[in-house]
Design a protein. Structure first.
Length: 340
């Protein structure tokens, strides 16, 4: 690996993404289409089931809700594994959905373990960042309450202190969040599992978290464009679909009711949302793959001692996070028991 090279300009990554996506977007959509179609059919069936107290309707709702949940979860694992598919397509292969889905089924547990570690780390780091910041703010406010008699001075001091604490809190949180973003990539491309994948991601992004943070923010914004268009379509489609109700309410001098989409409108909106999900997921995966490729190419040489140190610290944080979550669960159970 190279030593401490700078990340490529964002426009270069953006250009590589567009070139690949314009050429291969049909292949990407084709791979995601079967599972997206299953989710869409489940949602449409839920829309078509009439409101009823019958046992058959309740069973149907339960089954289709369960199917939607299961296939939506599997869809998320496909998105996690999709960077490997982008690389294979980039190398001239043409993966088939059936073979890909089977391979992802075998990776569900390792991927879930990696993301569990990332989730625990993010939770405990936010907690360990916000609690000290809150304590500092509270103590400082109490100590200075008697010194600043002027309400304007007190307000300005509070605003300044809040901004400073928020700045440092966000700085550390962003640094930590970016550290784990390539954890799944380390498993997919290098076969590292669990904490090893997370530690490798932190080592890979070391000292470049802030440069990566704004790149990731732009990628998320660009990937959300299909959903923005769907939101606009929803905002226009529902009123148009309910023009007769609006007309009647206006001329009969009735209070305007909330516009609820009918069955046809719900189905159309499901289709729009499904299409937006397909485009957003495939574009996001492609974009992040080329970002990962650039990060990997420009990363510093592997340092065993630094890796061991990073892994040790992350392991300690995960243990603390599990203990805190377990304590919160026990406390909530005791509280619910006492309250009853």
């Amino acid at each position: 690996m190279n030593h401490h090279q700078k990340l490529s300009p964002f426009r270069k990554i953006f250009k590589s993404t567009l070139v690949f996506y314009k050429t291969n977007w049909k292949k990407m959509v084709y791979l995601f289409l079967p599972i997206e179609a299953v989710v869409l059919i489940s949602l449409i069936c839920l829309d078509l089931i009439p409101d009823s107290d019958s046992v058959i309707a309740a069973i149907a709702v339960g089954l289709f809700s369960l199917a939607t949940f299961i296939f939506s979860c599997f869809y998320k694992f496909l998105v996690l594994d999709a960077p490997g598919i982008v690389e294979r397509i980039n190398e001239g292969e043409r993966p088939h959905p059936k073979a890909w889905y089977k391979s992802v089924l075998r990776k569900i547990i390792p991927l879930a373990v990696v993301m569990f570690c990332v989730g625990i780390l993010n939770f405990i780091f936010i907690l360990l960042t916000m609690i000290p910041a809150g304590i500092v703010f509270l103590v400082t406010s109490i100590l200075t309450k008697g010194l600043l008699q002027d309400s304007i001075s007190s307000m300005l001091f509070t605003i300044a202190l809040s901004v400073i604490l928020l700045y440092f809190a966000l700085r550390f949180i962003i640094k930590f969040f970016v550290g784990g973003i390539f954890s799944a990539y380390m498993y997919i491309f290098e076969g590292r599992k669990g904490l090893d994948a997370v530690a490798s991601s932190f080592l890979l992004t070391s000292k470049r978290q802030f440069r990566l943070s704004w790149r990731m923010a732009i990628i998320w914004i660009l990937s959300a464009v299909p959903f923005v268009l769907v939101a606009i379509a929803i905002g226009l489609f529902i009123p148009i679909n309910n023009l007769s109700d609006i007309y009647s309410a206006f001329f009969l001098h009735e209070e305007p009711a909330l516009l609820n989409p009918g069955i046809f409108a719900s189905v159309v909106l499901d289709v729009f949302t499904s299409l937006a999900t397909l485009l957003s997921a495939t574009f996001f995966v492609t974009f992040t793959y080329f970002l990962w490729k650039d990060v990997k190419t420009t990363s510093h040489a592997f340092n065993e001692s630094e890796y061991s140190k990073t892994r040790k610290h992350l392991r300690s944080l995960i243990i603390v996070g599990i203990i805190v979550i377990a304590a919160l669960i026990v406390f909530s159970l005791i509280y619910d028991t006492v309250s009853y």
